[in-house]
Structures are given as C-alpha cells and as structure tokens.
Design a binder for this molecule. Structure first.
Ligand code: HEC
Length: 342
C-alpha cells in the first residue's frame, strides 16, 4: 500500500492549501456531524476533566502524556502506561481507544477498565486512503457513545497526524486548524507525510463514511509476509552467531545446525515470494526475493560440503546480508513503502 501521493509531501502541501480550503467549503453538507462535545454514556460523570480544544499546550495526566484535544471528546496522546493510564482515561469517560502504533495494544488491561481497543497502525510517513477511511469511520461511530482517545507511542507524531486528518474529514476542524493542533501536539516538521494527510483532507459525505466496512480489530494481525520477515530475521541472527564461532554451532546454542539454518532461510525467501503481499509489488521485488533465496542456497551448498573454508563462507553470507539491505533500501525504508503494516 502506498501513502498519499509524494506530490503532496514536503513543502508542496503548503501550496495545496488554498485548493483544499475551496474544496472544503464546497464539500460541507447538511449531513456533516455538528461540532461539539461528544456526550458520555447516560448517567456517567467524568471525574477527571478532559483536555479542551482551546488548550494551547499539551496536558499531562497520571499514566498518559502529551494529551491534546482535536475536538472536545476526541483526544490524542501517548500510549497509556499501566493501570494508571487506563484509569485516567476511564475517569475522563473514554470507552474506546484507537491505537495507530505498531505495538500490540494492552487489550485485557483496557477491558478491565471498561475500555475497548481498536488497532489501526500507521507509519511515520502518513497513511493511505483505505486506512484514512477506516480511522474516520472508527472515530465517527465511537464518539457517538463516549469520548475517544487515539494514541501512538509518544503521542506526538502519528496519533496527532491521524487525529487532525480525522477531525478535518469529519468537519470538526478546517485543515489549517488541524495542522495547528498538530503543532500543539509537537509533531516534528520532518514528518511531512503526516502533515500532508491533514492538510489535504476534505470533509467527507456521511454516505462515503457509511460505505467503509466497520468491525475493526482490537489487535491488527500482520500479514504472512511480515511474519516471514520476523522469522527470516531470527534465522539471520542464528547465522551471525554461527559465523562468529567459525561456522560451527555456538556453545550457547549447540542445537543449531549451520547448513539447516541456511536451508531454512532459502525456504523462507521462497515462501515470502508466494505471499499475496509479494504479488502486489513490482516484478523486481519478486526477482530480489529470488536473488536472496539463491544467495542463501549458495551458502547452504557450501556448508553442505562440510569442509568449506570460513573466509569463503563469510563471503557468501555477506551476499545474503546485501540482499536484505538492498531490498529494504528500495522497498521498505523509503517514503511511501512503510506506511501501513499489511
Ligand atoms: C525482496 C525484499 C526483501 C528482502 C530480500 C528482505 N526483506 Fe526484510 N522486509 C522487506 C519488506 C518490504 C519489509 C516491510 C514489511 C512491512 O512491514 O510491510 C521487511 C521487513 C523486515 C523486518 C521487520 C519486520 C517487522 O516486524 O515489521 C525485518 C526484521 C526484516 N525485514 C529482516 C530481513 C532480513 C534479516 C533479511 C535478509 C536476511 C531480509 N529482511 C530480506 C523486504 C525484504
């Protein structure tokens, strides 16, 4: 998945503002939700005063920090720390937390405080249209019942970018005000993709939001490809330890069989090439996976001889390492590639 077009990333989004504003004024429909405080569940009295959209700096509470409102009842901040964090949120009347962080949310701990989680991770370079719509739908539906808290890790960059984009899309803030709230959260200027998401957002018709499939996960499941990469990484670490002990099983890991590790690595690259994730990428991506597989097989073949010289083995292992680096540089670490965890 790709994030917002790179054309709007960087300084270009500033130039895009007047157009966005025009689109905004022509897009406001009578069906748009009215700004105002989301009402807590009947009979509930918030015992901790939540932050307000009028605040000009972030607030800090027990167990949550960098807390900024993007509308009264729609709050961005850091990941809750321990029971204290969830207690604070519960006392503010929050019943839904949305995490845009990659880490697995503390679903059980939240539930113990009467709060449910929705997990929709995003990257530091912004998020694509599908994720944007999911966030908008999740927030719109949840604020009907109670205040909503959205967090990443520190609550400065990703949750702020998501909160501003949602608030603009639901007609609660105009794009400039959304960007100003991100400044209050302390979003660093280099996260141009996050700023671009908020600055280019327009008010959506309720029918557009209604069309987004609801039923969001409390824990986002990474794809088979990402799981494969995690396993590839584990095998790679084994091979590094094996190399350090002169291409034999390390003393603290006597069960490792060097040739089997290399074989497993080759196999994992082959399996990664068969995932849906790989099929949606350019043909070159598949070729790079095949090359990585071939490099691992070459290492496996040399280990299988049982008497290879260690310098030669290390040379082959370096080719494996180069395959990781080359592909990550091109397909993982660039803008637009590391948006949503698929
Ligand atoms: C042909 C491309 C390619 C090759 C070769 C490759 N990777 Fe990856 N790797 C990726 C992509 C793309 C991602 C990002 C997946 C995502 O999050 O969407 C990734 C993600 C990862 C991650 C992060 C997983 C997570 O938790 O998100 C690790 C660790 C990793 N790779 C290790 C390795 C190692 C070690 C090697 C070499 C032995 C390797 N990769 C070779 C493409 C590749």
């Amino acid at each position: 998945m790709r994030s917002l077009s790179s054309a709007v990333v960087g300084a270009a989004w500033v130039a895009a503002l007047p157009i966005v504003t025009l689109a905004l004024s022509s897009c406001v429909t009578p069906g748009s939700p009215a700004p105002g405080r989301a009402s807590p569940p009947a009979g509930y009295v918030a015992s901790i005063q939540p932050p307000s959209v009028a605040d000009l700096s972030p607030r800090s509470y027990q167990g949550i920090h960098n807390v900024v409102a993007y509308r009264d009842g729609f709050i961005s901040g850091s990941a809750p720390e321990g029971d204290e964090g969830f207690q604070t949120l519960s006392a503010m009347g929050v019943r839904t937390i949305i995490s845009v962080d990659g880490a697995e949310p503390e679903v059980a701990r939240a539930a113990a405080h009467g709060i449910r989680y929705i997990h929709l991770p995003i990257g530091y370079d912004g998020f694509d249209e599908e994720r944007k719509l999911q966030l908008i739908r999740a927030v719109r539906d949840a604020v009907k019942d109670s205040p909503v808290y959205i967090h990443c890790h520190h609550g400065k960059h990703r949750s702020a970018g998501a909160a501003a984009t949602v608030a603009v899309s639901l007609g609660w803030l105009d794009p400039q005000a959304g960007v100003r709230r991100m400044h209050v959260s302390g979003t660093a200027p280099q996260y141009s993709g996050l700023y671009a998401c908020a600055a280019s957002a327009v008010v959506l018709a309720s029918s557009t939001v209604d069309a987004v499939p609801a039923g969001f996960p409390s824990v986002w499941k990474p794809s088979g490809f990402v799981k494969g990469m995690v396993e590839i990484d584990g095998i790679y670490e084994h091979l590094m330890a094996i190399e350090r002990t002169g291409w034999v099983a390390p003393a603290d890991h006597p069960d490792l069989v060097p040739v089997a590790e290399a074989g497993r690595l080759a196999d994992l690259f082959r399996l990664a090439g068969q995932t849906e994730y790989a099929s949606r990428r350019p043909a070159e991506f598949g070729t790079m996976l095949e090359e990585a597989q071939a490099a691992a097989e070459a290492l496996e073949d040399l280990l299988a001889t049982g008497a290879a010289d260690t310098a030669k083995l290390s040379t082959r292992f370096q080719l494996v390492a180069a395959s990781c680096r080359d592909c990550h540089a091109k397909y993982r670490d660039q803008d637009g590639n590391k948006g949503v965890r698929e």
